[in-house]
Design a protein around this ligand. Structure first.
Ligand code: NAD
Length: 556
């Protein structure tokens, strides 16, 4: 009898469990499994001998991360950690948030979407592709995800300012939901990133053998609409209480999907409403810093797409709240798009733009030249106190533009919000230099001005709190009033900061999310009849928080 035939596999009922535990990112603890856990879960031999603490693991991981030379490599490392040990991923993020946020989110997530197929390794979230049409309800019903409460869905057509990234757009819902967990404490098991793969018109992707998405041109029109309708119905059936964030859809779809579905399930479009609240908060904080009254000054938007029109809409509401008539409020707003200043019946291309177009009579002298006014001409005429960029046009705020803003304002408010940095209308350093350091600046991606006081005006300050508030209050609709309150809340938090920054630093994002969530709960109670818990909304919010700490996995 040779040795091999003497070998008897030990009947170990936990053997399968051991492998399953190690490959489940929500249960895996890596080297932090204790000896007792290793004994009782059958983990001995599957792990190296050393038993770490979570602090030890954080130290090791941050050291490894820092040794990578490019942000993209660091991103890939973090995604790998998220897919293998999610608790440690969030503990690391919480401990080093200001360093890691630009990697997990903008700007690095942009490159991650472009190179998504290159680093695709493990399943995360759902890829619902058009060929699955007619089967979505069954597919969702069969999946083992019973606890989903927050969904972030994209079709990948307008990823940041990087255009159509097809299935690579999945990087965005993954990133956004990571921030729901990191900032708002939503249990990662309750989040679900979804890529609605309706094809891509990106030639490079279609021709790339590595591309992991559905290799087909985008479906459009009623085929697209029917697919989205089927998806929404499937979500409503499978997760009737879930909230859905629409993310990075191309302009016309972004607007129409929001209109169609905002009253059918609790949902919002972050590019339109989240951006609007973030920008309004920045403007309110900047207004106080500059010592001006917004109601008496003009505001110019450059790039009147989904984000620009969303911002304009929320500003309109704010001006009306301050007592301006609708006409008076509209008169304060100027919008410039690719064909110059928007003028009614001349260069308006969407319904949303029509609201913010200037009357033709006002522009007669300009139009005599046959062209709508350019950005700089519009600035010279309107003398706005605030200039907001959501055009995705790199360097569109050049020196003459910034100088024109600085000419008629002591403290011009300049917000080049387009992402990522290669799409930004200006860099903070240039705006500072060209305005002799007088500009109050907010940028879409993290950036550094020479005196260090540049604020990142990014939706991450708003959407985690909106989502948390909607969940805790059980709101069936996410209303514009919630975004207006969120903006006011964020602006007031900013006043507690020294040094002229518009928003609190990112290490206070959890506190920001809680404060906004509370405001959302109050709006839900006031406007939608949500019932406050007996011990109050604050306690309910605290109860909802998931913390990145290892759970006890031992049976009994
Ligand atoms: P969109 O495609 O709906 O809108 C872009 C608009 O810019 C369109 O109306 C387009 O016609 C216009 N445009 C294009 N070329 C132009 C030019 N040369 N001059 C003037 N206008 C021009 O996209 P969106 O969702 O509104 O996003 C636009 C940008 O805003 C993106 O770069 C995005 O990353 C950024 N954004 C930033 C934040 C943030 O939190 N900072 C949030 C949302 C969007």
């Amino acid at each position: 009898m040779d040795n091999r035939s003497m070998y008897q596999p030990r009947q170990n009922p936990t053997r399968l469990d051991a492998k399953a535990i190690l490959s489940d990112p929500l249960r895996n603890k890596g080297t932090a499994f204790t000896d007792e856990e290793r004994d009782r879960l059958g983990l001995h031999g599957l792990l190296p001998s050393h038993v770490s603490t979570m602090d030890g693991q954080i130290e090791r991981r941050i050291a490894v991360l820092r040794a990578f030379s490019t942000p993209f490599e660091k991103y890939a490392f973090l995604r790998d950690l998220q897919d293998t040990n999610e608790t440690l991923f969030y503990a690391l993020l919480a401990r080093h948030r200001s360093e890691l946020l630009p990697l997990v989110y903008t700007p690095t997530v942009g490159e991650a979407c472009v190179r998504f197929s290159e680093i695709y390794r493990r399943a995360r979230g759902l890829f619902l592709s058009y060929p699955l049409k007619g089967r979505l309800k069954q597919i969702l019903a069969d999946l083992p995800f019973d606890e989903v409460q927050v969904i972030c869905a994209t079709d990948g057509e307008r990823i940041l300012g990087l255009g159509d990234q097809g299935a690579g757009g999945m990087g965005i819902p993954i990133g956004k939901l990571s921030l729901y967990t990191d900032c708002a404490g939503i249990d990662p098991a309750r989040t679900m990133p979804i890529l609605l793969d309706t094809g891509t018109d990106n030639e490079a992707l279609l021709g790339n053998p590595l591309y992991v998405g559905w290799r087909h041109r985008r479906v459009r029109g009623s085929e697209y609409d029917d697919f989205i309708e089927e998806f929404v119905e499937a979500v409503r059936e499978r997760w009737p209480h879930a909230m859905l964030q629409w993310e990075d859809f191309a302009g016309p779809n972004a607007v129409s999907l929001l209109d169609r579905y905002r009253h059918r399930l609790p949902s919002f479009n972050d590019d339109i409403q989240g951006t609007a609240a973030t920008a309004l908060a920045a403007i309110l904080a900047a207004e106080r810093l500059a010592g001006i009254d917004l109601a008496e000054r003009n505001i110019l938007l450059f790039g009147a797409g989904a984000a620009g029109c969303g911002i304009a809409g929320l500003i309109l509401g704010e001006l009306e709240r301050r007592g301006l008539s609708r006409e008076g409020a509209l008169d304060r707003l100027y919008a410039v798009d690719r064909d110059g200043l928007l003028i009614e019946n001349v260069n308006v291309t969407t319904l949303n733009q029509a609201l913010f177009a200037r009357p033709q009579s006002e522009a007669d002298d300009w139009l005599a030249s046959g062209q709508a006014p350019s950005l700089i001409e519009a600035i010279q005429r309107a003398q706005p106190a605030v200039l907001i960029g959501t055009s995705g046009q790199f360097a569109a705020f050049d020196r003459p533009v910034v100088e024109a803003m600085a000419k008629h304002n002591d403290r011009p408010i300049i917000l080049p919000l387009s992402n990522p940095a290669i799409r930004a209308e200006a860099s903070a350093a240039d705006v500072q230099a060209w305005s002799d350091g007088r500009a109050i600046i907010g940028t879409g991606s993290p950036s550094q001005g020479r005196d260090g006081t540049v604020t990142q005006v990014n939706n991450v300050y708003i959407f985690p709190g909106i989502g948390l508030g909607a969940l805790v209050s059980g709101a069936q609709t996410i209303t514009d009033a919630m975004f207006a309150e969120a903006a006011e809340c964020l602006a007031s938090l900013s006043l507690h900061d020294d040094g002229g920054a518009l928003f609190p630093p990112t290490d206070r994002l959890a506190e920001v999310a809680d404060t906004i969530a509370l405001a959302v709960c109050h709006v839900a109670e006031r406007d939608l009849g949500a019932l406050a818990p007996l011990d109050g909304w604050e306690k309910a919010i605290a109860r909802h928080r998931w913390a990145p700490a290892y759970r006890d996995l031992l049976p009994g």
